[in-house]
Design a protein around this ligand. Structure first.
Ligand code: SAH
Length: 251
């Protein structure tokens, strides 16, 4: 059996209980070594085989999984954050399906929610934005048409931008065009939930300079939108004048 497990954003205690249990029981662990904390591997049983997928191809990963399953071993494929976001798991799952190898996917805490927790904000404020856009800037790999940052920014939704901090100037340029203002709040969270986490607050006008001053070039979330700074209306859910299924309005 193969389990794709979300390791969470960094802090080893941010894996799910199910994920940790599978990791403890695994005979073979294939982990995304560039982003997954090594500390997770301390929970594996003695003799478990570890493979760092950073230096492997898709074919090598699948061959390792297939061999393990044929030998009756349990295999954990450990991905950073949540495996369903920029995890490149679809191609692995489809390869396994072709080989008739069963697998499950165990979700994880994504770095975008971990970053929002670090800055102690809420993406969805009643009259500010009720939508979160998860995206990345086109770089060495393009994004499909209509998904450029300028077009997405026009929605004025809350945004979490992955994989893009190395081109912060390009990100900011496109966002300013889309939002139509340099005043839009931005927070850059480097290594959310790790011991060396760093948080920078600014606006589209000044965040580029701050990112460069702090030499942040990878492993950061760029969070953008009015949810970071500014006014908002309180939630109807806890408003004394608002009735719902579980609570009657007080007069
Ligand atoms: N599946 C992962 C994302 C993998 S793509 C998830 O759900 O989080 C890798 C990108 O995720 C990085 O370039 C960075 O933008 C972001 N990332 C991963 N871990 C991070 C962390 N601890 N703090 C901030 N950003 C992180």
């Amino acid at each position: 059996m193969i389990n794709f497990v979300g390791a969470g954003p960094g802090d080893v205690d941010l894996i799910t209980i199910k994920g940790r249990r599978l990791l403890e029981e695994a005979d073979i662990v294939i982990y995304a070594g560039s982003l997954v904390s090594n500390l997770h591997l301390k929970f594996c049983k003695e003799g478990a085989l570890m493979h760092n997928s950073a230096s492997m191809t898709l074919e090598e990963v699948i061959t390792t999984m297939k061999k393990g399953v044929e030998e009756g071993k349990s295999v954990v494929r450990l991905h950073t954050g949540d495996p369903t976001i920029y995890g490149a798991i679809r191609e692995q799952m489809d390869s396994l399906k072709k080989l008739d190898i069963p697998y499950e996917v165990i979700p994880g805490v994504s770095s975008f929610t971990a970053a929002c927790a670090s800055i102690k904000r809420e993406f969805t404020l009643p009259n500010v934005s009720q939508t979160v856009i998860l995206t990345r800037k086109a770089g060495r790999t393009p994004v499909p048409e209509g998904e450029d940052l300028e077009s997405l920014a026009k929605h004025k939704a809350s945004m979490a931008i992955f994989l893009s901090v190395q081109d912060i100037d390009g990100v900011v340029d496109e966002l300013i065009k889309g939002y139509g203002s340099k005043d839009t709040p931005v927070a850059v969270v480097y290594k959310a939930s790790w011991e060396d986490e760093e948080v920078l607050f600014g606006t589209l006008g000044d965040i580029g300079q701050k990112v460069k001053e702090n030499n942040i070039k990878k492993m950061a979330q760029i969070l953008v939108g009015g949810f970071i700074e500014g006014d908002y209306e309180r939630s109807k859910l806890y408003d004394p004048g608002f009735s719902h299924e579980y609570r009657k309005a007080s007069k």
